[in-house]
Design a protein around this ligand. Structure first.
Ligand code: PGA
Length: 250
């Protein structure tokens, strides 16, 4: 299985022209790799630009659970499919925090994405105060259990998990390889309890939170994650290319 490098552009860059320029800058340097799959998740508006980069797949940063109709401002999975989107990030902590996304909404999005054959990248992670209060296990368990409500053994293999501790996002303070290793095993244990050990061992679990070209190797090699979800560093062309090169050499 290839390592996954998922770029989450969030609400950046500020114009179509800047998105085009970014793609021009990385186009020649991005190489197809047998080791890594690169997925770029730009704002919806820039999906057609990013799609032109041949060696990558595209993903959305969100989706809605209804197929069509009177849902002002929302984007359906059918629309994403039409733009050849293969993935959708679901349950990112910024959406949970700023848009009041609940576990129940996240569950609906996961169900609909699976039905539409778009691979959900389900984000879970504890906040700083939850970590300090020794609540990490309880938080991850509850987020996973509610997001996976009604998801069958057959479907679970089509979900990608991303451990994104909120305290590590955008702070420059990534989770250490040792800590990451423990959490990865914990997530596998939760999945094993709900499904089976075999399913848990095959589960693809990524790490996100201040990933850069200096820490990406240890996150994958030492902590054992199957890839990374990158915010800030994915918007710096040289740095992003460097990350893809490092993962391609693992
Ligand atoms: P960061 O963001 O790499 O800027 O910490 C990661 C994310 O929010 O997915």
């Amino acid at each position: 299985m290839k390592y996954l490098i998922v770029a989450n552009w969030k609400m950046n860059p500020q114009s179509f022209a800047k998105a085009e320029r970014f793609c021009d800058l990385i186009k020649k340097k991005l190489k197809k790799s047998r080791k890594a799959e690169i997925i770029i998740c730009p704002p919806y508006l820039y999906l057609p630009i990013v799609k032109q980069l041949r060696v990558i797949k595209t993903g959305a940063q969100n989706c809605f659970w209804e197929e069509q109709g009177a849902y002002t401002g929302e984007i359906s999975l059918a629309m994403l499919k039409d733009l050849k989107c293969k993935y959708a990030i679901i349950g990112h902590s910024e959406r949970r925090r700023f848009l009041n996304e609940t576990n129940q909404m996240i569950n609906k999005k996961i169900q609909t994405a699976l039905y539409a054959k778009i691979t959900p990248i389900l984000c879970v992670g504890e906040k700083q105060e939850e970590k300090q209060g020794n609540k990490t296990i309880a938080v991850l368990k509850s987020q996973l259990e509610s997001a996976l409500k009604g998801i069958s053994k057959k479907q679970i293999g089509n979900i990608i998990f991303a451990y994104e501790p909120v305290w590590a996002i955008g702070t420059g303070n990534a989770c250490s390889a040792d800590e990451g290793h423990v959490i990865r095993l914990l997530l596998q244990k939760i999945i094993a309890e709900k499904y089976s050990r075999q399913i848990a061992q095959k589960a693809r679990i990524l790490y996100g939170g201040s990933v850069n070209s200096s820490n990406v190797e240890e996150i994958i090699k030492q902590a054992g994650f199957q890839g990374v979800l990158i915010g800030k560093a994915s918007l710096i062309p040289k740095e992003f290319i460097k990350i893809t090169e490092k993962v391609a050499k693992l």
